[in-house]
Design a binder for this molecule. Structure first.
Ligand SMILES: [Zn+2]
Length: 131
């Protein structure tokens, strides 16, 4: 028999009518479906020992992935998105700081215009008085 026929058989052991059939773990127990939350493989489902990290029972380290491994490009996209989110945060802070500067400059301009008006008025009065 060829190796492709063997892999076909092993796949048949886990899937029947489109449903996953939990395999037996090394303790000869029916596996339970779990979800991996390890960094880099968020949300990837697998079959694992029902006794693993369950109360005081030890269980075994049997693991059979249900979901295919995520593509490297998915990691790259997620990492790129996180980088861009960080840049957006920094740019938002810079924009806020510029807005504050513009606000204070506008306030200064108002005061400056009033001061300029008063100065021009005084000079005009002085010229009128002495001429
Ligand atoms: Zn087990």
């Amino acid at each position: 028999m060829s190796s492709s026929s063997n892999s076909y058989k092993s796949r048949r052991r886990f899937v029947e009518g489109g449903e996953w059939i939990p395999p037996e773990c090394k303790c000869r127990m029916k596996c339970v479906e779990r979800t991996s939350w390890t960094e880099g493989i968020h949300g990837r489902r697998f079959f694992g020992c029902p006794r693993y990290k369950n109360n005081d029972e030890v269980g075994c380290l049997f693991l059979k992935w249900i979901d295919p491994p995520p593509l490297k490009s998915e990691f790259d996209l997620v990492r790129r998105m996180e980088e861009l989110e960080e840049k957006v945060k920094i740019l938002s802070k810079i924009i806020q700081r510029r807005d504050d500067e513009v606000d204070s400059l506008m306030k200064f301009r108002k005061v400056f215009n009033v001061a300029l008006f008063v100065l021009v008025l005084m000079v005009t009065l002085l010229l009128f008085y002495y001429v």
